[in-house]
Design a protein around this ligand. Sequence first.
Ligand SMILES: C[S@@+](CC[C@H](N)C(=O)[O-])C[C@H]1O[C@@H](n2cnc3c(N)ncnc32)[C@H](O)[C@@H]1O
Length: 313
Amino acid sequence: MVKKYKEMKEITQKDYLEFIKEHESVIIEDVEIKFQKNWKIKSYGPPNDYAPERTTVWSFPDRGNWATHKGNYRGNWSPYIPRNLILKYTQKGDWILDQMMGSGTTLVEAKLLERNAIGVDINLEAVMVARDRLNFSYNPLFPEYKEPIIKTYWGDARNLDKIDDESIDLIATHPPYASIISYTKNKKQNDDLSQLPFEKYLKEMRKVAEESFRVLKPGKICAILIGDTRKHKHYVPIAFRVMQAFLDAGFILKEDIIKLQWNMKTTRERWRAKEYEFYLIGHEHIFVFRKPESEKEYKKYKFSVRWWENGQI
Ligand SMILES: C[S@@+](CC[C@H](N)C(=O)[O-])C[C@H]1O[C@@H](n2cnc3c(N)ncnc32)[C@H](O)[C@@H]1O
């Protein structure tokens, strides 16, 4: 029997305003997130010494707290990551998708950089947090700024039914990792990928990869941040298994970027790693995939997917 995934439901500014009339805050993964409603923004971008990354090792010790970025959504990614991806792979007016948007970090960056964007999350409360983070006007000191279109949906990354085939210019997303952080622990939510056991999670991530492939324009980029874990003191290569799911869906690999992790305090305490013989995992992967322009191009670059079959690299 084919499982039917939740359909996308648009959550508008009006829905958000109604929601915050009745809610001061939401609790996601044991963390209370207060709605700010009226943001007092000190800066609209990264520090003046910001320069785009040039190598395949990225490290952001200060995380980034400009605009409405607060870093208090469990598993949120540093705004430096979507900023780098957006600046490298898109133009103003392009369409960006984050189908597991959490607190909306990618969408805030898209808004600041004048890109249109679509955000989706399985957790309605996360969608409301994202809308709260988007609830600011750009500083009128920038009269040339053109407000982009930003749409948010309550939905499932495995069924992007309101998004047309080949309509997206960049996917930038940070999926949950199998059974590590549960985003909906308090309320059982079967569609939350973070609640699945490893092999089932990989199967479902393949569906995320297939939907990503469908909505992306040929030749364009799909970038995901994904990390690994340990079980019984040994390394579980979640990232490489997820990478394979995206390759199997038809993508080719452009970059494998190592992102250093700085905020490991709680993990370190939980693992009491000092008592064990293993190293603390201090990195994650940003896989940058490209959708081939055509079948012909896919065959040409197939070596990056199954180079051993061609006997060449
Ligand atoms: C690592 S967090 C993303 C954090 C985000 N990048 C940010 O900066 O806030 C992963 C998100 O995936 C969402 N999620 C889990 N399963 C999903 C599914 N099937 N479809 C869409 N979103 C899902 C979770 O609710 C969570 O918000």
